[in-house]
Write a protein that binds this ligand. Structure first.
Ligand code: PLP
Length: 366
């Protein structure tokens, strides 16, 4: 039987039906109804964060928070190309210029030793990306941001439930974006949130997602529409009850992968970060000098109806749409290019049977 790279977490059918039952009485399907309000409260408690504003997806949450921070048009934003299209697109769609910083080759997050060289008078923000459930070097980024008076907005799409020394990833920088897309550790089908501590951001983040409508007869802000609906919120309420259990199951899958693939010549695994409780979002493997190339392993798995993913490949600074950008080109971020050319994320989800993990490893090990 085939194995997909991931499988969306879902509550029991009955649990979800119970949760949405009252919507058939109220006929209230969206516009910050009871499910939206409950999910927001549950989420703020789980993430232990002052504010979590819900969005219909993570990308619009990121696009909107960048707009909400009033960054200057044409301002430069330091980010990394080792990410999903969303991060770079959100910057560019706000008329900001992405300046690509390389990543480090241990946890694949922004190489903080290379940030300062990229800062100019036009730099206004840093958008670092937590990758695979690894956290960025938050302390170093914080120091640089303070020194140069820069905003820091984390793309935390991969970091739901991740903690450093007991502090949840929702509480770093000026704001963090979470994605609750179906493929993530925690999902609301599609969905996302922005978390932050600054009370003055609450109104604008709410305005951004609901046309700036503040009352039946008052529109105070030129906002768009990016509201999370009641069915998404209900899914969130249900899935949140089980997310810790899901993460524990993922941890077991990852432990088995590590057991089978550690110490193999030409195979490199990422090192668990000290003090970090990971969410085991992805299991990246670097094939470097292995008997098979990354692309060959990808093919071998495919021949067995197993989907692994070249993630992230290509780098965003290699996308056709960024060809004409002065900051584009993978050669400017050699470590990111090196990893992107060699990485494969293996199938990983809470209910992936151990026999399947073994079968995948058998194929990889040939
Ligand atoms: C999934 C993801 C996003 C976008 O989130 P959506 O909810 O799909 O819009 C952004 N950045 C990264 C790193 C992601 O993995």
């Amino acid at each position: 039987m085939g194995i997909n790279v991931t499988q969306s977490s879902m509550p029991l059918y009955e649990e979800y039906c119970d949760e949405i039952k009252e919507l058939w009485d109220s006929h209230w399907l969206t516009n910050m109804g009871v499910k939206h309000r409950k999910f927001q409260a549950d989420l703020e408690e789980y993430l232990n964060t002052p504010h979590a504003i819900l969005y219909t997806n993570g990308h619009l949450a990121l696009e909107n928070v960048l707009a909400a921070l009033n960054l200057p048009i044409g301002g430069e934003v330091i980010t990394t190309p080792f990410t999903f299209a969303s991060t770079t697109h959100a910057i560019v769609r706000n008329n900001l210029v992405p300046v690509f910083c390389d990543i480090n080759d241990t946890d694949y997050t922004m190489d903080v030793t290379k940030i300062e060289d990229l800062i100019t008078d036009a730099t206004c923000a840093i958008v670092p990306v937590h990758v695979y459930g690894n956290l960025c070097d938050i302390e170093a980024i914080d120091l640089i941001a303070k020194k140069y008076d820069l905003k820091v907005i984390y793309d935390a799409a991969h970091a739901f439930g991740v903690e450093k020394n007991g502090v949840n990833a929702a509480n770093f920088g000026d704001a963090s974006m979470f994605s609750f897309h179906a493929t993530k550790v925690f999902n609301t089908i599609e969905g996302g949130a922005i978390t932050f501590a600054d009370n003055s951001l609450v109104q604008v983040m709410n305005d951004m997602k609901n046309f700036g409508i503040r009352g039946t007869e008052s529109v105070n802000f030129v906002g768009g529409n990016a509201k999370m609906n009641e069915f998404q919120a209900a899914m969130g309420i249900c899935n949140l009850r089980h997310v810790d259990e899901e993460i524990q199951k993922r941890q077991k899958v990852v432990a088995r992968y590590r057991e089978r693939l550690t110490g193999i010549e030409g195979i490199k695994l990422s090192t668990p970060q000290i003090g970090v409780r990971s969410n085991f979002a992805y299991f990246p493997v670097i094939f470097d000098g292995y008997k098979y190339t990354r692309d060959r392993v990808h093919e071998l798995l495919k021949e067995n109806d197993i989907v692994a993913r070249k993630y992230f490949y290509p780098l965003t600074n290699c996308f056709e749409c960024y060809q004409d950008y002065p900051t584009a080109g993978g050669e400017k971020t050699p470590v990111a290019q090196y990893i992107a050319d060699r990485v494969l994320t293996l199938p990983l989800y809470a209910d992936l049977p151990m026999e399947d993990v073994d079968r995948i490893c058998d194929i990889v090990l040939g």
